[in-house]
Design a protein around this ligand. Structure first.
Ligand SMILES: [Mn+2]
Length: 420
């Protein structure tokens, strides 16, 4: 028996509308350490997007290294496999890989290949880094992880005469790596694969998962993972889900909401039990939410007076609760005319409240049409005043009044003077 802990999409260093998530990440990592110890897991797999960006802040790197060292201290025999995602810099993750390996931690930032030999047209896969043995409580190898990170076009073999070279290239890399793992494993040892990719049929949260491999039309078919693989630990989609109706091919999802629309996701990690070559169980385990995200109203938008009233009903701030645990709030207002004092009115309504305003969304009732969708077609008709007027009407249902037009003319005059 082997117990695997599967997590992904930490996005360390993330900010939500300029607000740090460092404490939330810290709370998650502390919880994860306790879970790993309580469940006595044999292995931890992190399936990409360790960091939110390719150049993560020092604080985020410190957070990762501290976590890894504490995990090693508390679980001396645990196997750890970390692979890069599309948000990560493959080279940056790989820079400390040899040092991490000395601690028994396997970091695979980019697809590892051996140095080029003169004869070979393509560099061979570095199988000693790509294939990671997992040991059980008795210290025997119980499974092999094919530790494939996010694949970039440069990682893929050049294939001629196929309809979708990206999908075919990714399929070819997996086929080659899996064949090598099959050759290495002994009977009774399970095959596990990682991936940071977009699978056909997955639900996507548009705001925080960048489309990768060129978007939906390049989604990978689940057949990339043949039936002899016991479990596929996927990253990239932030909502936990099975792929293609197979309970053993899973996105575990992100541990914290990374955008407002993700606030209703059941954030989780997966505890995976293997017995011999087969999957026995997948136990999704909910991550406690340290900081709440809320939207007023829950959906849609309210006129300013109704929004103010709703905000005034929110609970007051509890001085015992630290700043970072105050709920993040998005307020959504519907405007049918410009409201110059909007920000101030919303902030006043929130005085003394627990919630922190991170986003004020304006829904406008204007025509919403494009500037070109009108009687004005000749380029010469697009005077500065005309474009301004159309733009205003696009946002608001009314035309700009004389005062606004006079202000615009004054600004335009000043700008033209500066140009000369
Ligand atoms: Mn991600």
């Amino acid at each position: 028996m082997l117990t695997l802990l599967h997590t992904s999409d930490w996005h360390l260093g993330h900010t939500l509308h300029d607000h740090s998530r460092a404490e939330e990440h810290g709370a998650f990592l502390d919880w994860l350490l306790d879970l790993a110890v309580t469940e006595a897991v044999d292995a931890l797999i992190v399936a990409g997007d360790l960091f939110d960006g390719s150049n993560p802040p020092a604080q985020a790197q410190e957070q990762l290294f501290r976590f890894l060292v504490t995990l090693r201290q508390r679980l001396p025999a645990v196997d750890v496999v970390l692979v890069g995602g599309n948000h990560d810099s493959a080279q940056r993750l790989d820079a400390p890989a040899s040092m991490l390996r000395a601690l028994g931690l396997h970091m695979v930032g980019g697809l590892p290949r051996l140095p080029r030999t003169d004869a070979a047209a393509e560099r061979a896969l570095d199988l000693d880094r790509l294939l990671v043995p997992l040991t059980d409580a008795a210290g025997a190898v119980a499974a092999w992880v094919v530790a494939v990170p996010f694949l970039r076009p440069a990682d893929l073999p050049l294939l001629a005469e196929v309809e979708d070279t990206l999908v075919a290239g990714v399929g070819a890399v997996y086929a080659q790596a899996l064949d090598a793992a099959r050759a290495r494993r002994l009977p009774g040892q399970a095959l596990v694969a990682t991936g940071h990719c977009y699978m056909r049929g997955g639900d996507i949260s548009e705001l925080s998962e960048r489309k990768i491999l060129g978007g939906n039309q390049h989604a990978l078919p689940v057949s990339v993972f043949p039936d002899d693989i016991a479990y596929v630990a996927l990253g990239h989609l932030h909502l936990a889900q099975d792929v293609g109706g197979r309970a053993n091919v899973r996105y575990c999802g992100a541990p914290i909401p990374l955008s407002m629309p993700e606030r209703s996701y059941p954030h989780q990690v997966d505890l995976v039990t293997l017995d011999g070559e087969r999957l026995v169980a997948v136990r999704p385990t909910r991550v406690p939410r340290a900081t709440q995200l809320m939207r007023v109203p829950e959906t849609g938008a309210l006129p300013i007076d109704a929004l103010e009233a709703a905000l005034r009903l929110l609970p007051p701030r509890d001085p015992e609760v630290p700043e970072w645990q105050r709920p993040f709030l998005e307020a959504c207002v519907r405007l049918d005319a410009p409201e110059p004092g909007l920000q101030r009115r919303v902030e006043d309504a929130l005085a003394g409240k627990a919630a922190r305003l991170v986003k004020l969304t304006r829904e406008r009732t204007g025509t919403g049409g494009a500037l070109g969708d009108s009687a004005v077609n000749a380029l010469s008709d697009f005077t500065e005043e005309r474009v301004f007027q159309k733009r205003w009407e696009q946002e608001f249902a009314i035309a700009p009044d004389a005062v606004v037009l006079a202000c615009f003319a004054e600004l335009l005059g000043a700008a033209q003077l500066e140009e000369e």
